[in-house]
Design a protein around this ligand. Structure first.
Ligand SMILES: Cc1cc2nc3c(=O)[nH]c(=O)nc-3n(C[C@H](O)[C@H](O)[C@H](O)COP(=O)(O)O)c2cc1C
Length: 193
């Protein structure tokens, strides 16, 4: 990123969708954070749903003011969901964090890093049907990681298989394109309210 396009700097919130202990999400989130912080022009905020209390009984339609992460989501220009696949869909905590919020997602792009036995493709595709209701757009490119537990080194760190870096690069470039393009849309809406 040059000074000329420094205005294309974006803030990305990464939502870690598994809250299990232990979980594959740990080495994957560590890898993803390393990769994303190395990309020029990205400010990365890792949001671990395991550390965020969002009790389902307190949820309200249209989002809840009491959310401890509403501010962090609102500040983001775009999102990356790191999501496993459970029973051919995405995990309940992912739906919960989506439902807890509303305006925070609006007119922003959402990208996916899916994983699981089959790479998380069914979780990702089902999430694509959810986000339009929040006025969010999902990016075409994605990263799918089948059987990531087969790509851990002796210290338990995820070593991405060939092609992953290219897929992540393409995904993040598309996310940036949408995030920058939608900024004036969000600014226009904010000016009207
Ligand atoms: C309840 C449950 C259901 C699962 N169902 C699927 C599935 O339908 N398809 C798949 O590919 N993997 C499935 N898996 C495997 C997970 O995607 C895989 O274990 C993943 O690494 C879990 O991520 P986590 O450890 O970060 O929660 C399932 C795992 C769990 C716990």
């Amino acid at each position: 990123m040059t000074e000329d396009n420094a205005k294309d700097r974006i803030r990305v919130a990464v939502v870690i969708g598994s809250v299990r202990r232990p979980r594959m999400a740990d080495p994957l989130a560590a890898w993803l954070e390393r990769e994303l912080t190395a990309i020029d022009g990205l400010d990365v905020d890792m949001i671990d749903l395991a550390a965020v209390p969002l009790p389902m009984h307190e949820m309200r339609p249209g989002g809840a003011a009491a959310s401890p992460i509403a501010g962090r989501l609102a500040e983001a220009d775009g999102f990356v969901f790191l999501t496993p696949e459970y029973n051919h869909s995405f995990p309940a905590p992912v739906k919960n964090v989506i439902d807890w919020h509303f305006t925070e997602w609006a007119y922003k792009p959402v990208a996916f890093v899916g994983y699981g036995g089959s790479g998380g493709i069914r979780a990702v595709e089902q999430l694509r049907t959810v986000f339009p209701e929040l006025r969010a757009t999902t990016v075409r490119e994605s990263v799918l990681l089948p059987m990531p537990w087969e790509h851990l080194d002796v210290e338990g760190r995820f070593v991405a298989p060939p092609g992953t870096a290219q897929a992540l690069g393409a995904t993040m470039e598309e996310l940036r394109t949408w995030a920058v393009a939608l900024r004036p849309v969000r600014a226009g809406l904010a000016a009207r309210t």
